[in-house]
Design a protein around this ligand. Structure first.
Ligand SMILES: Cc1cc2nc3c(=O)[nH]c(=O)nc-3n(C[C@H](O)[C@H](O)[C@H](O)COP(=O)(O)OP(=O)(O)OC[C@H]3O[C@@H](n4cnc5c(N)ncnc54)[C@H](O)[C@@H]3O)c2cc1C
Length: 522
């Protein structure tokens, strides 16, 4: 490509959630189908299905879906979707049962008064015998009681309590495809890409397909999943391994029925720690998605399968839930995501286990940055490339820090896996620094100073204090005035929790209502 060439045609390789979300956003925001608008083509192999896992999202998905003009009612009806309000962690502190108090919540809503007063000092001084999240947020009470985050009269994408989704990943991909092709003018080619054709300068010129010839473009987006055909195989951009920090490299996944069709639908992803990993449990309206993520260096495949089956039986699932699907992955991310006229989004860019479900959020952030900063010409692309690589290297580092926090603070002593997670050598340096600072004060927003941080400081507080981390009592933390300032917020939180419990329907009732009547358009 020459430097003054306009960027007019974007070609996306891959039709999983990453490919369709990116295609839809670019098409919608750059007038695909209009004279002078961007042309967006997505090539997807009919022989390699999308990965089909990835059932938990962040609240950011509401903005993304609104941005692409998709109806929330359609999402709930067609993707077997339910509302996710955060995560519930069981057995992470000491390996005890949740009924013995080994549990804490990471809700999506920010605490009331966060950033205005020192909630941690207030909690420590007067309420330290109660779980942190339950004192500072109404949402744990809503989740524990199984209530939805909105009412039937709340418009699409609006919230009473902050929420994302749990959904069927396969159905989500199909809905995105239908919307992108029918409403947003994305050209869809169902074919295999066999070869990458290059310009003399090394830019990608076209992708050679088996039956549709060469598909030329100006910018190529690699959404080819773990195959990483463009950024990995073609450009040989290496992967930065996160295995020294985050050991998990294998997942087993199953879908199981509810014991009865009207069983409550969990409002959170339930993450239960096991001897060398953790199980997820995701409640959809018609079934649960369950799985085990573990380190193959610490647990054999047979042991892993036994642990998953035991967890399913313990939680009311079938005695014989069938054979799980096994997915192996190398935890890590690319050393560069954007290279020349190619940018990787989704699993081709990286993957570091599903704890806290950050993968689709990174897809959303990537698609948004490509759309917001879409270079007008090839000459500008080098600048955007640098900015993109800088932003996403930072974001992946923060994901690793935040995931590691869950492991590093655990006091479990039942396996080498948990003991190794506490070794200093396995701690990312920045997290080690922050943990030192947090010995004497709570995390606050200037610990995380970028505009769109993947995890806000409030999330660090929820996990830190949920995991039983108690700062050493400095004079400031002990000062009565500092603690007192938080009291009005705690009272307001308790009041809000009572009001929400009185006003919000149960999750299953709201979903039944949406199937029957839909939500008001926003
Ligand atoms: C066990 C597990 C649990 C997860 N849980 C979560 C979660 O709860 N929340 C979350 O946010 N994320 C989760 N993820 C991550 C999530 O699944 C992915 O980020 C998401 O599905 C995006 O995948 P993708 O589109 O990048 O890749 P894929 O879905 O693998 O799609 C790849 C696409 O590339 C195409 N392709 C490949 N080769 C060719 C070729 N030669 N020619 C043409 N097309 C080709 C395929 O046909 C396919 O369409 C999880 C991942 C795993 C492994």
């Amino acid at each position: 490509m020459r430097s003054n060439d306009d960027v007019r045609h974007v070609v996306i390789l891959g039709g999983g959630s990453a490919g369709w979300l990116t295609a839809a956003l670019l098409a919608r925001e750059h007038d695909a189908g209009e004279p002078g608008g961007l042309a967006v083509t997505l090539i997807e192999s009919p022989n390699t299905p999308p990965i089909g896992v990835g059932e938990g999202t962040w609240p950011s998905m509401r903005d993304t879906l609104r941005r692409i003009g998709l109806s929330e009612t359609a999402l709930v009806r067609q993707c077997d979707a339910s509302f996710k309000q955060g995560s519930l962690f069981q057995g992470w502190l000491r390996g005890a049962d949740a009924s013995q108090g080994d549990r804490y919540r990471h809700p999506f809503s920010l605490p009331l008064g966060f950033g205005d007063v020192d909630l941690v000092a207030g909690w420590l001084q007067r309420h330290g015998d109660r779980p942190f999240a339950e004192v500072v947020s109404a949402q744990p009470h809503v989740c524990a009681a199984g209530h939805a985050p909105k009412q039937a009269s709340t418009p699409e994408y609006a919230a009473v309590a902050n929420y994302g989704y749990h959904f069927d990943a396969g159905k989500f991909g199909m809905l995105l495809r239908e919307h992108a092709v029918a409403n947003l003018h994305v050209r869809h080619i169902a074919d295999d890409v066999d070869q990458v054709l290059s310009h003399e300068d090394g830019d990608i010129a076209a992708l050679r397909t088996r039956a549709h010839g060469d598909i030329a473009g100006d910018l190529f987006i690699d959404c080819s999943g773990m195959a990483s055909l463009l950024i990995g195989r073609h450009f040989s951009i290496a992967t930065h391994s996160c295995k020294p920090q985050i050991f998990n490299d294998t997942a087993l996944a199953l879908q199981v029925p509810y014991a009865t069709p009207d069983a409550p639908i969990a409002c959170e992803t339930i993450a239960t720690a096991q001897t060398a990993g953790w199980t997820w449990d995701i409640g959809l309206p018609t079934r649960r998605g369950v799985g085990l993520v573990y380190s193959s260096a610490h647990l054999s495949h047979d042991q892993a399968e036994q642990q998953l089956v035991a967890q399913i039986r313990k939680t009311g699932g079938p005695h014989d839930p069938g054979t799980p699907r096994r997915i192996a992955f190398e935890p890590g991310y690319r050393e560069r995501f954007w290279h020349r006229n190619c940018v990787a989004v989704g699993l081709s860019a990286g993957f570091v286990e599903p704890l806290e479900a950050s993968a689709l959020a990174l897809v959303e952030l990537s698609a948004a940055m490509i759309s917001d900063e879409l270079p007008a010409t090839r000459a500008e692309m080098a600048l955007v490339e640098r900015r993109f690589n800088d932003a996403f290297t930072y974001r992946w580092e923060r994901v690793v820090d935040f995931l590691k926090l869950h492991y590093a603070l655990s006091r479990r002593d039942d396996s080498d896996y948990w003991r190794a997670h506490r070794e200093r050598a396995s701690l990312p340096d920045r997290l080690a620094e922050l943990l030192t600072l947090w010995r004497h004060r709570a995390p606050y927003r200037h610990d995380l100073f970028r505009v769109e941080e993947v995890f806000p400081a409030a999330s660090y507080q929820y996990v830190l204090h949920g995991m039983g981390f108690v700062p050493e009592p400095t004079a400031r933390l002990r000062h009565a005035r500092v603690g007192e300032a938080a009291e009005p917020y705690f009272r307001e939180t308790a009041h809000l929790a009572r009001r929400m419990l009185g006003a919000l329907p149960l999750q299953r009732s709201l979903i039944a209502h949406i199937h029957a009547h839909g939500l008001p358009r926003g």
